[in-house]
Design a protein around this ligand. Structure first.
Ligand SMILES: Cc1ncc(COP(=O)(O)O)c(C=O)c1O
Length: 502
């Protein structure tokens, strides 16, 4: 007889009951823990991290375990008392939403089952759930019959995979098998993207052996959208030793939510036989909303699309997705492995999704997203998107109405970029940086920071503040409170600067 009761394993029904009981105890612990008043624990990073480490105790494997209850209580306390609270209405820093309860419940179930997506015999029904989700997202994107997709560990990895498939497809068109010969065989590769593209595109080029110098940044217009005329000119002026590999259009730039003109870019790409990848990590969720979906017109023309449901989608990270317009694009990732997918097994239907991914073992992240989309439907998802967009529009109006604040970029999706005004640009840079750190240290608000050309395309980049509003339960009063908190911190910083104390 085993010394362990069945309830130690979450996948058994006894184990699932144990998970529930343990979670109930964690809820009790969390409700009595000293949660900070604001979204961030007050103190400097060194103080907060030292307090969390002290609560955990010295690193090292205890000789005797504390037991499930005590271990979970300890971690719950550490996370509650010294962690960030994304469900707080003044948490507005990153594209990192509060998670939906239904998604967390489904994710717990998925973890309990611990299925993997690489083979039928490691996943079974989890494969069907991922195919359901991919089919649903393909429908939203408007991609055709031949489209396909896969879940990934996030937007950065989806961008890497999109460029990998673009690289291999480009090579194949030239009769080169890039996976055998490497990229040395592809002379002078060039990847076009807007100057506001996410840095993961650049890093992907480095990782894929194209070199970061392969990135050709295309200027943006006054609405922070890639200029198609500049893209066309750049393509036309490429020398004979260069190989255009892809154009990466962004549908929802990280800071501004601006969407590159997809139809125009697609037309140029098609004219040059160029792969079009759309980084819709942030913007894809706008498709849930009738009001905002039109901004992504032309997404159906992409060869590949990055989207993150852990941004607009309210999923726990990671719920990244890569869609492709033609399933054969995945061919270069496919492998036949004796212990996973031998030919006779595959032919008999015992196949999995190994050939869609760079990963082998792969979590069933689709479960939480499928549960969410089934639970809320299009209307429910749209209401959350519209609520967050509405909050961003309200924040934009408040910023415009405040003499001490300057609007840098309007609310396209759910972000608003602005500055606290100070006497002179250099002082403003310093002051805005100090203001945000002050909010973090006091724990009163969690807001973002970035740099932007504040006086039109090509003007100097200045330090700005940013609200990323992804909490659908927040109200316009909460936004007013957030703006008031920023103004208070700004005034305090100004005073400290004047006194030379900052
Ligand atoms: C436009 C865009 N692309 C890609 C990413 C990277 O996504 P992830 O953090 O999931 O890797 C981000 C992250 O904010 C993003 O805004």
């Amino acid at each position: 007889m085993s010394p362990f009761p069945p309830s130690v394993l979450a996948g058994s029904s006894e184990g699932l009951a144990e998970v529930l009981a343990t979670l109930a105890e964690a809820v009790d612990t969390a409700s009595t823990a000293r949660r900070p008043d604001g979204p961030v624990p007050p103190g400097t990073p060194a103080e907060v991290l030292a307090a969390a480490s002290r609560a955990l105790g010295p690193a090292g494997l205890p000789a005797e375990g504390l037991g499930t209850k005590a271990a979970l209580q300890l971690l719950t306390t550490v996370l509650t008392e010294h962690g960030i609270d994304l469900s707080h209405p003044r948490a507005a820093a990153h594209l990192q939403p509060p998670s939906l309860a239904v998604a967390v419940a489904a994710d717990t179930l998925a973890s309990a089952g611990n299925a993997s997506l690489d083979t039928y015999d490691s996943g079974a029904s989890a494969l069907a759930v991922e195919r359901w989700l991919i089919g649903t997202l393909i429908g939203l994107a408007g991609l055709g019959e031949r489209a396909d997709g896969v879940l990934t560990p996030g937007g950065s990895l989806s961008n890497l995979m999109g460029l990998l498939l673009a690289r291999d497809a480009t090579a194949l068109r030239r009769g080169i098998d890039a996976r055998e010969q490497g990229v040395g065989a592809l002379p002078g590769p060039v990847v076009f993207c807007s100057e506001l593209a996410h840095f993961s595109t650049h890093r992907a080029c480095a990782a894929l052996g194209l070199g970061e110098a392969a990135v050709h940044p295309v200027p943006v217009d006054e609405h922070r959208r890639m200029r198609p005329d500049a893209l066309a000119a750049a393509l036309d002026s490429l020398g004979p030793g260069r190989t255009p590999v892809a154009v990466v259009a962004t549908a929802g730039t990280t800071d501004f939510g601006s969407v590159d003109p997809l139809p125009e870019i697609a037309e140029i790409a098609a004219g040059h036989g160029l792969w079009m990848h759309v980084d819709a990590a942030y913007g894809f969720g706008a498709l849930f909303s009738q009001r905002l979906a039109g901004r992504l017109a032309g997404l159906d023309l992409a060869d590949s699309v990055t989207l993150d449901l852990h941004k607009i989608g309210w999923q726990p990270a990671a719920t990244g997705v890569l869609l492709v317009s033609d399933t054969t694009a995945f061919t270069s990732l496919d492998r036949e492995v004796a212990y996973l997918n031998p030919v006779d097994d595959s032919e008999a239907g015992y196949d999995g999704l190994l050939g869609r991914s760079l990963q082998t073992t792969r979590r069933p992240d689709a479960v939480k997203a499928a549960a969410t989309l089934l639970a809320y439907g299009r209307t429910g998802m749209a209401r959350m998107v519209d609520a967050c967009h509405g909050l961003a529009r309200h924040a934009e109006r408040r910023v415009l109405a405040e003499p001490r604040l300057e609007l840098v970029a309007p609310a396209e999706l759910t972000t608003v970029v602005f500055r606290y005004r100070a006497a002179g640009p250099a002082l403003s840079d310093e002051l805005n940086g100090a203001l945000r750190r002050r909010l973090l240290e006091s724990g009163t608000a969690l807001i973002g920071r970035t740099e932007a050309a504040t006086d039109g395309p090509g003007s100097p980049r200045r330090v700005c503040l940013k609200f990323t509003l992804l909490n659908p339960t927040a109200t316009t009063d909460d936004i007013d409170g957030l703006v008031d908190t920023v103004l208070d911190a700004g005034r305090t910083c100004e005073r400290l600067f004047e006194e030379g104390a900052a």
